[in-house]
Design a protein around this ligand. Structure first.
Ligand SMILES: Nc1nc2c(c(=O)[nH]1)N[C@H]1C(S)=C(S)[C@@H](COP(=O)(O)O)O[C@H]1N2
Ligand SMILES: [Mo]
Length: 304
C-alpha cells in the first residue's frame, strides 16, 4: 500500500492536484484556489476545492472519523469508531475477476503502485447529512484498465469483506451479508470515481473503510462501499445490499437528486456536519457538469 507521508501534502502538492480541476472553471474560482493553496500549513484548514463551491469548508478530520455508517460494526454512527478499532486490514487482497482478459489479485503493495491523487469531494448521505472530505486514492479506471474488461462487461460489482468474527454487525440475520454495491461500467471508468486509501493524507481508519473503499461523489453515500475484497466485471446489473434490503427505497443509480424525495427523507436540503443551518442539496451533488452526460435520456424526475 502506498504509505502517505505527511510531507507529501505540501502546498505545491495541494495546488497541483487542484489545478487538474481548473478546466472549465472561471478565473475567480481559480484565484480562490490559488489563495487557499498558498496559505501555508498542511492540512489546509479552509480551502475551496474547485469541485466544491468556494464556501464549502473541509469537515474536520475528527468529525469524519467519529460519525460513520458502517453496519458491519454497528447501526449507531458514533459507535462504529470504537467497535472497529483493531479491525485487521493488513494483510489484505482485492480480487478483480469476471469478464476481464487479465484477472488479478492485488495485495496492498500492488494497490500502492497506482499513482495517488488528492480529491476533495462532498459526500452526501441519503439520510440528508453531508461532509467535505479530502480523500487520497486513485481513479478506479486505472485499476480496471490493468485487468482489461472484455466487451461483454457492462457493470462492476463490489464486495466488502465477510468477517463476522471481527464485525459484530455481520452476526445479524436482518441483513444479507456481505455488503454489495455496483456501478455501470461507464460510471466506474469516470475520472471522478476513485478508490480511496486515505483521508487528510493519513491512511483510512477502519471506520471509513480501511484499507480501501469506493468514492463516487455524485451518488448517495451508500454507493461508497467500504473495505473492498472483490471487484467483479459482469454483464448484468448487480443487486446491491440496499436494493436487496429495501427495493422500494433504494435504486441502483442513486444519483443525488434534490427533486426526488426518498420515502423517508426529503432530499431537498441537507445538514452539513459541523454547521448549524441546512444547505440546499445540489443535483448530482454539485457534479452535474461532469456527469450529467452519463444519464442523457434517463428520467431525472424518478427515484433511481
Ligand atoms: N461495507 C459498507 N460500506 C458502506 C456502508 C456500510 O454500512 N457497509 N455504509 C454506507 C453509507 S450509508 C454511507 S453514508 C457511507 C459513509 O461513509 P463514512 O462513514 O466514511 O462517512 O459509507 C457507505 N459504505
Ligand atoms: Mo448513507
Amino acid at each position: 500500500m502506498h504509505k502517505i507521508d505527511p510531507s507529501e501534502i505540501t502546498p505545491e502538492h495541494v495546488y497541483l492536484s487542484r489545478r487538474k480541476f481548473l478546466k472549465g472553471m472561471g478565473a475567480l474560482a481559480a484565484g480562490a484556489v490559488l489563495l487557499s493553496a498558498c496559505d501555508g500549513e498542511a492540512p489546509p484548514s479552509t480551502p475551496a476545492s474547485v469541485m466544491a463551491p468556494p464556501t464549502d469548508e473541509l469537515t474536520p478530520y475528527e468529525s469524519i472519523n467519529a460519525y460513520n455508517n458502517y453496519y458491519e460494526f454497528s447501526l449507531g454512527k458514533e459507535a462504529v469508531a470504537r467497535l472497529s478499532q483493531g479491525f485487521k486490514t493488513d494483510p489484505w487482497t482485492v480480487e478483480v475477476e469476471g469478464l476481464v482478459a487479465k484477472p488479478k489479485t492485488f495485495d496492498l503493495d500492488a494497490l500502492g503502485q497506482f499513482a495517488a491523487t488528492e480529491r476533495i469531494y462532498r459526500m452526501r448521505c441519503v439520510e440528508a447529512w453531508s461532509m467535505v472530505i479530502p480523500w487520497f486514492g486513485f481513479p478506479l479506471a486505472a485499476l480496471l484498465k490493468e485487468v482489461e474488461p472484455t466487451s461483454e462487461a457492462q457493470y462492476v460489482r463490489f464486495e466488502t469483506v465477510y468477517a463476522p468474527e471481527q464485525m459484530p454487525g455481520q452476526e445479524s440475520t436482518r441483513f444479507s451479508w456481505p455488503y454489495i454495491e455496483g456501478l455501470r461500467l461507464d460510471e466506474a471508468m469516470h475520472d471522478l470515481t476513485i478508490l480511496a486509501t486515505g483521508i487528510y493524507g493519513k491512511p483510512l481508519l477502519p471506520q471509513t473503510g480501511a484499507p480501501i473503499r469506493l468514492v463516487v461523489p455524485w451518488k448517495y453515500g451508500f454507493k461508497g462501499i467500504k473495505s473492498i475484497v472483490k471487484i467483479d466485471l459482469v454483464a448484468d446489473m448487480p443487486t446491491s445490499f440496499w436494493m436487496a434490503q429495501a427495493p422500494n427505497e433504494y435504486g441502483f443509480f442513486a444519483n443525488v437528486n434534490p427533486n426526488v424525495p426518498h420515502p423517508r427523507w426529503s432530499q431537498s436540503s441537507e445538514r452539513r456536519i459541523g454547521e448549524n443551518s441546512r444547505r440546499r442539496t445540489l443535483l448530482f451533488n454539485g457534479y452535474e457538469a461532469e456527469v450529467a452526460q452519463l444519464y442523457e435520456g434517463m428520467d431525472l424526475t424518478k427515484w433511481f
